[in-house]
Design a protein around this ligand. Structure first.
Ligand code: SAM
Length: 237
């Protein structure tokens, strides 16, 4: 482990997952002080930054340009520039392109500083009513059916709460896989549009939750899926 020695710092600044008021004083202060802000979506970032009167150069940093941009960003950091990374929502590095930059920065002995704040998985877990003492976060399940089902099979015996992210387009398909593989009686919580106007929690067995989603005319918004862990009884069945 080598001590960080370069002057520029990479700040990972957590931003709101919906409600623009969910940002810390420190996050705003850091955004006002850095030399450059990297943003996954510069248009969306501008709305947030204008709200807090942050006027700093913005640079686009997303999944499709991260490999191309990273050498330039590392050079800026090595030259002593302080840079903040914000992603579309929540904590950079959690199911977004942040991880790649963090890894590269650390390989270059650059100090990486987390500025904590919202993240959808923790907000969902805290209000889910499912056990919070042990949990596993798996991000988005693989899109390929075989891989998705294999991962769900591996997760079936996990005793803590299982947390997944899912898009509205694949939500129903994923829930049906959960019902088939993990079991129709397993308790599920869906957390939708957290911190926004249409925030909603749907709780029930896998079977009930699938029926509820099937009954809706349209599936919209952002979703977190939480699956109750396997119980001792289930294991001995
Ligand atoms: N970095 C983010 C975080 O800290 O939570 C996650 C980014 S990931 C690309 C986007 C996914 O997070 C969405 O598809 C959804 O599953 C989840 N998500 C983000 N905001 C949400 C919200 N307000 N309500 C429910 N889920 C949300």
């Amino acid at each position: 482990m080598s001590p960080a020695k370069k002057e520029g710092r990479l700040y990972l600044v957590a931003t709101p997952i919906g409600n623009l008021k969910d940002i810390t004083y420190r996050a705003v202060e850091v955004l006002r002080q850095v030399d450059v802000i990297l943003a996954e979506d510069t248009r969306r970032a501008r709305i947030l930054l204008n709200t807090y009167n942050v006027r700093k150069p913005l640079m686009s940093y997303h999944d499709h340009n991260k490999e191309q941009c990273t050498p330039y960003i590392l050079k800026q950091l090595e030259d002593g520039k302080n840079i903040a990374l914000i992603t579309d929502a929540g904590t950079p590095g959690i199911a977004d392109p942040g991880f790649y930059l963090v890894k590269k920065a650390l390989e270059h002995d650059i100090q990486v500083v987390p500025i904590p704040g919202p993240t959808a998985l923790i907000s969902a877990l805290s209000a889910s009513g499912l056990p919070t003492d042990r949990f596993i976060f798996c991000g988005f399940l693989p899109r390929k059916k075989g891989k998705r089902q294999k991962l769900l099979e591996e997760l079936t015996g996990f005793k803590g709460t299982i947390i997944l992210y899912e898009s509205p387009y694949r939500l129903l398909k994923t829930l049906m896989d959960i019902k088939d593989i993990v079991g129709e009686n397993r308790r599920i919580v869906l957390a939708r549009e957290l911190t926004k106007i249409y925030e909603e929690f749907i709780r029930g067995t896998a079977d009930e939750v699938v029926k509820e989603i099937q009954s809706r005319p349209a599936i919209r918004g952002e979703w977190v899926i939480l699956i109750e862990g396997s119980s001792a009884e289930e294991k001995t069945e």
